[in-house]
Ligand binder design. Structure first.
Ligand code: DGJ
Length: 342
């Protein structure tokens, strides 16, 4: 009698143990906690390498593109500023469904390791890649900052691909409308129009340039904003029909206060508002610099503020600072959080 009960009981107990061990090995929803500034591993357990990045949301999946920073950091000789750099290693791409677990999808734009005259040669600067999808052409279009190691080349590069993760084919670099272009981002509006926003005029003034319908060229329609304000690291977003732009000051790799500006139309008048960061360390953007503001699909007016905490003397150890951006009484706020959940 005792024996007949023991066997099914043992099976039940073993099943219970197996299920529990399995669960304790799987990251549960409560484990998906952002810890800004800490090392963030991809799903293979390697630190995510996607700096100065931006996110594309396409067919239910997020794609994170960023600068690959690896190897030794050195100071470029003969510069009057802290011109630290690493060998340009191209642009990486990671994929995620939940914005927390990122799968490494490979090098989206590979650098040219052979031709020293190439715009994407390893001796150049390849920064702040952003990708948008062009419905008409069916192409994924990447814009990025291309520079010489002393940052005097000041150009924007364009690359395209048939697949979100790449590989991307580099088309050309240019000075949009004949203007210098360094820190940059893209913004795609609800009507399908896309804009290239970049630090120009030797970083003194920011430009917003409407792109052609295929997103591959400047259309020629351009607006100068923040004249002589020396702003960089632009990140544009839209809330309740209004346009917002977060930028940083120009202090090389060192952090400084962010500034929020808004406009009723992109090519209209931009009003400088205030530093959206609040609380301790808000004057250094929590020791970081803006790169992108991600609207959360299905959650109107909820955003993630993405920034880079640069480690200027060891750039490959730069970290990510992702924080919630919320609107309180119509004013955008970013507050430091040691740990938070999306
Ligand atoms: C600040 C920019 O935002 C970065 O992308 C990079 O270009 C550094 N300057 C270089 O000092």
């Amino acid at each position: 009698m005792i024996r007949t009960y023991t066997f099914p009981l043992l099976i039940l107990l073993t099943g219970f143990l197996v299920v529990n061990i399995f669960h304790s090995c799987q990251p549960s929803v409560k484990d998906k906690i952002y810890t800004p500034g800490e090392i963030w591993n991809d799903t293979s357990g390697n630190p995510i390498n996607a700096h100065g990045g931006g996110i594309l949301f396409h067919q239910g999946r997020y794609y994170w593109f960023g600068e690959i920073k690896k190897g030794k950091t050195w100071l470029v000789p003969g510069q009057s500023w802290e011109c630290y750099r690493v060998t340009a290693a191209g642009v990486s791409c990671y994929g995620s469904e939940n914005l927390y677990d990122w799968e490494y999808l490979g090098v989206a734009l590979a650098p040219d390791t052979i031709n020293p005259d190439s715009d994407i040669h390893t001796s150049r600067v390849i920064e702040r890649p952003k990708v948008i999808y062009n419905k008409k052409s069916g192409k994924f279009v990447m814009w990025l900052h291309i520079d010489s190691e002393d940052y005097r080349y000041a150009r924007a590069g364009v690359a395209i691909s048939d697949k979100p993760e790449g590989p991307y084919t580099f088309l050309e670099s240019m000075r949009p409308n004949g203007q210098m272009s360094r820190d940059q981002t893209l913004f795609q509006d609800d009507d399908g129009k896309a804009y290239h926003i970049f630090s120009s005029e030797n970083n003194a003034t920011m430009h917003i340039s409407l792109l052609t319908d295929d997103y591959l060229q400047p259309s020629g329609m351009e607006k100068r904003i923040f004249i002589d304000q020396s702003r960089e690291a632009p990140a544009m977003f839209k809330s309740k029909g209004k346009y917002y732009l977060i930028t940083s000051g120009c202090t090389g790799w060192s952090p400084n206060p962010a500034m929020l500006a808004s406009a009723d139309s992109i090519m209209g008048n931009w009003t400088e508002l205030y530093n959206p960061c609040i609380g301790p360390d808000s004057d250094s953007t929590f020791h970081a610099q803006s790169t992108f503001v991600l609207p959360l699909p299905g959650k109107p007016d909820e955003f993630i503020f993405m920034a880079d905490r640069w480690n200027k003397t060891d750039l490959q150890d730069s970290r990510y600072v992702w924080l919630p951006l919320i609107f309180l009484n119509d004013s955008a706020r970013i507050e430091w959080k040691e740990r938070w959940r999306n």
